[in-house]
Design a protein around this ligand. Structure first.
Ligand code: S3P
Length: 737
């Protein structure tokens, strides 16, 4: 209820004006509604349908009796209507409007109204409408959830802005403010130009002599593109003229882009055509994503219910390796030429990296069934992103990109989701700062990460305090842009995909003992990359088949890089039956088919040397430990506390909820194997914890219900379908959000 407004006067009872009346009535925004329309038949209809309480015969009359006047007339009628209002408008009254261009409204008002009258004007533009017009099309919910942009004149009296804002809010609108000239430029591009093009396209076809024939075959595309050409011609005629300057500059820009595309097609320049189309599609996707974020529609929470299953059988291929997928996009983008990738992981994390490079102007085709083509722009070809890069849940994206972005000539910023916002970034920003990067995090040392471009990096020798492939990779990527040698010493071996891929792209990377180094300035040359299946995803099936009697699975094409196979070594120490078949090398990475059969597992002390080599597989290994005979003890694994969640605590809590004895320790955990009961656990949005407990459900005496599983899509899209195909019984439930 908007207490301030007694009588609402609406001038113009078409779609928008009529909807203002209906919405005001429904929401109780005012005590009384009076209307005016040029056409007496419409005035009559408004009374008959109850859209208004009364109508007046003249504009002067309605202006005299209204506390808030809404001008909903075609744009070019504003000067005349404002002139008539001015004769009777009371000094204390408020005036707002619904015009699609704002400078012309303000100019007309300044000419027609007295200073006192002008002080009640707050121009508004509701971004809502329909290609249908007239009072009959009016709807009470037209503004609900839509934006209404206010463009204050700067001359309004105290309180006027707040009152008009409150009125539009009462009608259900999301009210925002903008400068009038900025509004007109933005709307010229996003609304006026598309309407103009739709009219022009239909008219181009309609003018052809065989137009009937053309229209007969004009299907979805034409219909979608030209829907808005069914809008009210008078209204749009007025808008194009009222916003002439901005509309013309939008048209000029568009015509030059259209000509460029025309010329590219004419000279058969496929590269340029593809570049434009890919860039446009990526921009549209980016725009839709922004819209979604803005509308604050987080993905609905997903729950897994895992309830037993058959012996696991068959031949499976899990999706592509996440670490290698990230690196393929990064190096492909800054290489010279076209990099072609097969087996790319179409999970949210790797897609976040892909989007980040598109945002920096790289044309990337796909992914299409794991195929991606990256049009490399060279070491110095990235362009400044238009906004902060959003990398979702992906620690690998933000850390590796910190290194790469530190070497660019432009400023950048990266942020991510709630989980990423809690992860430590100083481990990369500190050594990068030593290289000369100007880089900062939030005060907590967590994202967002902001990088000032244009500085000069110099190579350093960094003794890594933690065994982290992400830190090592970030420094090597920065090293490409640094003067001299960049060297990293790792306290224990960590995954070496960056080194292998850099070498494949033609950058000599040296390794002497545990010291890895490269020289700045190398030119990278595009490659063909085959991404192996991700051993981190295969790990869930290695554990599942090991703990489920009667199981035998063949997991094909799995990456078995020795810096990643800790999970196989640990499971074998526990008694697992895993064999490597068809060992081969693909694209510089060792690959094998893994055969795993059920075996009785026993608890072990996990050798600390294996920890970095199995760093992502501990959630699955803890489930193996829960099913093993005796005690498993993990030490030297404090890093697990700063992964996508605190994996020690979250796993200990979940195991305890399933009746398993699990004692968390600062640097690890002690788990006593035994019976597993059904129960509720929370993955805390950690993909690997969600999948680990889904595996636990195989051996639990009742259903295991796992909350917050949506992030499984970050690394293993299709997990549930594949697990069920193998014999597990997992159901997905989407909660109402
Ligand atoms: C990764 C390195 C590891 C790992 C992560 C992926 C990589 O992180 O946990 O999932 O691709 O370099 P740390 O470097 O923090 O150990």
């Amino acid at each position: 209820m908007n207490e301030g407004i007694g009588t609402l006067g609406v001038i113009g009872l078409g779609l928008i004006g009529g909807s203002v009346c209906l919405a005001a009535r429904e929401t109780g925004a005012c005590a009384r509604i009076v209307g005016w329309n040029r056409n007496p038949a419409v005035r009559e209809e408004a009374c008959r349908t109850g859209a208004v309480d009364a109508v007046t015969a003249t504009i002067a009359e309605i202006a005299a009796e209204s506390d808030l006047l809404v001008l909903a007339v075609p744009m070019l009628s504003f000067p005349a209507v404002l002139g008539e209002i001015a004769t009777t408008l009371r000094p204390g009254s408020l005036v707002t409007d619904v015009g699609s261009a704002k400078l012309s409204v303000i100019t007309a008002a300044e000419e027609a109204l007295t200073g006192e009258q002008l002080a009640g004007l707050v121009p508004a533009h509701p971004i809502a409408g329909s290609e249908r017009s007239g009072l009959a099309a009016a709807r009470a919910d037209l503004f609900r959830g839509h934006k209404v942009i206010l463009t204050p004149t700067g001359k309004e009296r105290a309180g006027a802005l707040a009152q008009v804002r409150a009125f539009w809010k009462t009608l259900g609108a999301d009210v925002q403010e903008m400068d009038a000239d900025h509004h007109d430029d933005v709307l010229a591009m996003t609304s006026h130009l598309p309407h103009l093009l739709a009219y022009a396209l239909v008219d181009s076809l309609a003018g052809e002599k065989d137009s009937r024939e053309i229209f007969r075959y004009a299907a979805g595309g034409f219909r979608d593109f030209t829907r808005i050409a069914s809008s009210d011609p008078i209204m749009w005629h007025d808008i194009f003229r009222a916003n002439r300057v901005s509309v013309l500059s939008g048209m000029d820009l568009f015509l030059s882009r259209l000509r460029n595309l025309r010329d590219a097609i004419d000279r058969a320049d496929g590269e340029e055509v593809l570049r434009v189309l890919t860039r446009a599609r990526a921009s549209r996707e980016y725009f839709l994503q922004l819209l979604e974020e803005r509308e604050n529609r987080p993905a609905p929470p997903v729950t897994f219910v895992s309830a037993g299953g058959a012996p696991l059988q068959g031949t499976l291929r899990v999706p592509g390796d996440k670490s290698i997928s990230h690196r393929s996009i990064m190096l492909g983008s800054i290489a010279e030429g076209m990099t072609e990738v097969d087996g790319f992981l179409e999970g949210e994390d790797a897609l976040a990296t892909l989007q980040a490079f598109r945002d920096m102007g790289v044309v990337i085709e796909g992914p299409d069934q794991g195929r991606v083509r990256i049009h490399g722009v060279g070491l110095h070809g990235l362009q400044p992103p238009r906004a902060a890069l959003y990398v979702g849940n992906s620690g690998t994206s933000i850390r590796l990109l910190s290194g790469l972005l530190a070497g660019q000539s432009f400023d950048s910023e990266m942020s991510g989701d709630e989980s990423l916002a809690r992860r430590p970034m100083r481990r990369v920003t500190e050594p990068l700062a030593r290289m000369g990067a100007v880089i900062e995090t939030a005060e907590s040392g967590c994202p967002p990460v902001r990088i000032r471009g244009g500085g000069r990096l110099r190579g350093i020798h960094y003794d890594m305090p933690v065994a982290s492939a992400q830190v090592k990779s970030a420094l090597l990527l920065a090293g490409l842009y640094a003067q001299g040698e960049t060297a990293v010493t790792e306290p224990a071996p960590t995954r070496d995909h960056s080194e292998r891929m850099l070498r494949a792209f033609g950058c000599p990377v040296q390794r002497v003992g545990n010291r890895i180094s490269l020289q700045g300035g190398a030119t990278l040359r595009a490659q063909r990359i085959t991404v192996p299946a991700d051993i981190s995803s295969a790990a869930f099936f290695l554990v599942a088949a090991s703990i489920q009697p009667g199981s035998e699975l063949l997991l094909t094409g799995v990456g078995v890089n020795p810096t990643r196979t800790g999970v196989i070594d640990i499971l074998r120490l526990m008694g697992a039956d895993i064999t490597l078949e068809q060992e081969r090398e693909e694209g510089g990475e060792p690959v094998a088919d893994l055969r795993v059969r059920h075996a009785a597992l026993r608890g072990i002390p996990i050798p600390e040397a294996l920890v970095p080599l199995a760093i992502d597989e501990f959630p699955a290994l803890f489930v193996a430990a829960a099913c093993a005979e005796g005690e498993t003890v993990l030490t030297g694994a404090e890093e697990l506390r700063v992964k996508e969640s605190d994996r020690i605590q979250v796993m200990a809590d979940g195991l305890a909820a399933l009746g398993v004895e699990a004692e968390p320790r600062p640097d690890g955990i002690r788990i006593r194997g035994g019976a597993i009961s059904g129960g509720h656990v929370d993955s805390h949005g950690d993909h690997r914890i969600a999948m680990a407990f889904a595996v636990a459900g195989l051996r639990a005496s009742g259903p295991v219900i796992i909350a917050n599983c949506a992030n499984v899509a970050t690394s293993f899209p299709g997990f549930v379908a594949l697990a069920n195909r193998a014999g597990m019984k997992i159901r997905t439930e989407e909660a109402e959000s």
